[in-house]
Design a protein around this ligand. Sequence first.
Ligand code: COA
Length: 226
Amino acid sequence: MLPTLDKFIADNLNSRFPHTSYVREPGFRSLYVRLWSRVLNNQKHDNVLDIANIQATKPGKGKFTELIKRLHPQLTIYVECVQNPRLEALLIRMGFKKNDGGVANDTIIGFPSYYLLKEKTETCGQCFEFVFKRAKQWLNAGNVESSRFVGVHATVHNPWSNKAFEHAWVEVDELVYDWQTIELKNYSPISKAEFYAKWKPTNIRRYTPEQVLAIAVKYGHYGPWT
Ligand SMILES: CC(C)(COP(=O)(O)OP(=O)(O)OC[C@H]1O[C@@H](n2cnc3c(N)ncnc32)[C@H](O)[C@@H]1OP(=O)(O)O)[C@@H](O)C(=O)NCCC(=O)NCCS
């Protein structure tokens, strides 16, 4: 009989050798996993759980999302050879990164793989620069009502992993313009209520567009400035 996923992990965690198996997990018809070390983003990571041949018993019921939420605090997750564009979109939404190289590069067989690092601090990419650019655009556009524009720097919490990271975004009236959604994913701005409920910001610093430019010049970088 196949082991359960939890038993497989418990038996093979911190092992020096790779272990692979089909496993049993409620909500999944098929799940093949490998627990080992991988080089990702030029660094060796132990306890990486590769996921392959995954099939939910009833797709679209949240089982995959639940599974990642449960596993990610303990493990780095690597989803191998993603052939389903909807799964790819879901992974990107959850914060997974595309594996673009390294020792075990699955992309050579034509399908991308995605990983979610178990890491202490996450970064938001170009969010601070985005706030700076938008502040500059706002002022250059001759907006007299500069109080409508708020550049926000804060600590936010990843809704899937609950990891804290420094983030920055722009608020205009009741809408949030966030680099990750606006530029990276080409989505529309979202409401402040929705954004705050999802990312639970703390240590919030608010800046006028003039302050964003002046403080960036003072420190010589886009932020954070604390
Ligand atoms: C891909 C899969 C494992 C995701 O598991 P899941 O439990 O359905 O995922 P969740 O319910 O947590 O999340 C739903 C999201 O999964 C993605 N998804 C991918 N394939 C899907 C499918 N066939 N049906 C529904 N959702 C799917 C979508 O992004 C969906 O979100 P959306 O409705 O907003 O687009 C599952 O949908 C599945 O078994 N699909 C068929 C087999 C498959 O494509 N396997 C992957 C091969 S690379």
